[in-house]
Design a protein around this ligand. Structure first.
Ligand code: GLN
Length: 532
């Protein structure tokens, strides 16, 4: 533990911290720094450290905290991992998401198991040591490892992380660490000036914890005059060419371009001894596709229960947008409140999308959306719960009275969606979720096989309930066919309507695999169908 081989010592570490405010784009900045390094041919890895006492993001309220992003190995993580995956086109795992709660849980378990040999167990060095071990583990094999620390420096709960990254320089050598502090500079409308004081104070806070940053990223709403950077450099002791002004970009995918054009590129070149000019073709293409005036617009109805926070469905929205860019079509998202939705709402859009969800709120409206799509041949994409409500809709159409999922009606006479044998009774423990990558085999000649262009697929999952294949005949009578299952045939993975140009649903979360320049085929299929 803690020992450094000469090989590892050459690996570089970039720590991204924040000051003044959270939510000014620290995650996008970290991801974009990674994107620029990748464009220079560097092998990058990335990690998010969050100071919460939660063990993972699985039980966090998505309305407050945003989407729960699931990795291939089934880790339930913060939505920042989704940004990282989309920006860096990597598949991340549990080790890329580090939470205080998980580290403390492990430390306390070790303490109870007597692994500390009678020593006092302390935040320093034990928690800070565990954080550093977690960083080295996540860095494994890359040339440059980027670590984003959640929250802002000075937050009481984040102190162990700040201390750990300070100590980390002792492990691997200060010359192998680059500390980037992201601060916000507000523009005060009444006096018409940018105010650097909060940023100066934030930099003082960081220095107070023993970290002198190598680079300061100054976020502003609008471009700021040069004097602002000079002032911050003067007060913080950071070289002026390492104080980088970053005004709001038009879109997040423009940030790698603005970062590459800014002084950060030189900072990164010096730090990694890599003078290569980044090849930004990929990012230029993405931004061009995004900014283009499209000839056509499709209206996709998102039948959802969280209406006031786009972060809750961020991967779904990003997937739809990317599908639109590929198809040269603007995608307008029409929010349909599942709790109040009527057929008129469904009729007013070109396609319907029912995303994943837990709990009963809004479920009747989602079933109504699936019913409407079946009856009116409206393009439909169902994601996880979106598949389950479609199965319920079909079963009811076939005359199965009160057909339901036992999640919403434990006493339903027709449990078309249920918890499988062996999983029953564990519903509330959180331990029975099917999480992460699972393979599926698609039926030859099916719509999904045609859309994917293959019959063997792997998708990420996060759900507890499954389709009850006892009711397959009824589900078919209601207008659906099972078009993909687990390789052993036991689990239903995909369904589609027999009598609809594009009514497709999956038990998985394909949105997690979509990329801005490589949209997921199921979303492309929906946009294509909506165009017609
Ligand atoms: N609540 C459903 C289940 O647990 C669907 C979950 C989801 O949509 N992710 O099976």
């Amino acid at each position: 533990m803690g020992e450094t081989t000469p090989m590892e010592a050459k690996q570089k570490f970039i720590f991204v911290t924040g000051g003044v405010l959270s939510g000014v784009g620290k995650g996008i900045t970290a991801a974009s720094i990674g994107a620029v390094l990748q464009a220079k041919g560097v092998n990058v890895s990335i990690q998010k450290c969050d100071p919460y006492l939660n063990v993972d993001a699985g039980l966090l309220n998505p309305a407050e905290h945003g989407e729960c992003f699931v990795t291939i190995d089934g880790a339930e993580t913060d939505l920042d991992l989704g940004h990282y995956e989309r920006f860096l086109d990597l598949e991340l795992t549990q080790k890329n998401a580090t939470l205080s709660g998980r580290l403390l849980q492990n430390l306390i378990a070790d303490e109870r198991a007597g692994k500390f040999g009678g020593k006092t167990v302390q935040l320093v060095p034990h928690l800070t040591g565990a954080i550093q071990d977690a960083i080295q583990l996540a860095a494994d094999g890359s040339d440059v490892h980027i670590v984003e620390i959640g929250g802002t420096v000075g937050d009481y709960e984040g102190l162990s992380f700040v201390e750990a990254i300070r100590e980390f320089a002792g492990r691997v050598g200060r010359e192998n660490c680059l500390y980037v502090h992201v601060v916000y500079v507000p523009f005060i409308g009444t006096s018409k000036e940018f105010k650097t004081k909060p940023a100066q104070n934030a930099l003082n806070d960081l220095r107070g914890f023993g970290i002198v940053p190598d680079c300061v990223v100054v976020r502003t709403d609008d471009p700021a005059p040069e004097g602002v950077a000079r002032k911050i450099a003067l007060f913080s002791g950071v070289r002026e060419d390492a104080v980088i002004m970053l005004a709001n970009a038009k879109t997040v995918f423009e940030v790698p371009l603005t970062i590459a054009a800014s002084g950060i590129n030189d900072v990164l070149s010096r730090f990694t001894c890599n003078e290569k000019t980044p090849d930004l073709t990929k990012w230029k293409d993405i931004v061009t596709a995004q900014m283009k005036d499209h000839d056509q617009t499709v209206r996709v109805g998102m039948v959802a229960k969280y209406m006031d926070n786009e972060d809750t469905y961020i991967s779904v929205l990003e997937s739809l947008k990317a599908a639109g860019w590929q198809e040269d079509t603007a995608v307008e998202i029409v929010w349909i409140n599942a709790e109040t939705a009527t057929d008129e709402d469904f009729a007013a859009v070109d396609a319907l999308l029912v995303p994943g969800g837990f709990g009963e709120r809004g479920v009747p409206g989602k079933i109504a959306a699936a019913t409407y799509a079946l009856e009116h041949k409206k393009p439909y994409l169902g994601l996880c719960l979106g598949l389950q409500v479609a199965v319920i809709a079909a079963a009811r159409r076939a005359g199965l009275e009160g057909a339901h999922s036992t999640e919403f009606d434990p006493n339903t006479p027709n449990n078309v969606v249920y918890i499988m044998e062996g999983q029953q009774g564990k519903e509330s423990t959180g331990g029975t979720l099917r999480l992460g990558n699972y393979d599926a085999v698609l039926k030859d000649g099916s719509k999904v096989a045609e859309t994917y262009g293959t019959t063997d697929v792997t998708e990420r999952h996060r759900h507890r309930y499954e389709v009850n294949q006892k009711f397959t005949t009824d589900i078919e009578k209601g207008g659906l066919t099972i078009s993909g299952t687990s390789p052993d045939g036991k689990l239903v993975e995909f369904i589609e309507a027999t009598d609809n140009p594009y009514f497709v649903a999956t038990q998985a979360h394909p949105e997690l695999k979509s990329r801005p320049n490589r949209p997921h085929p199921l979303f492309v299929g929906l946009v294509k169908a909506a165009k017609q």
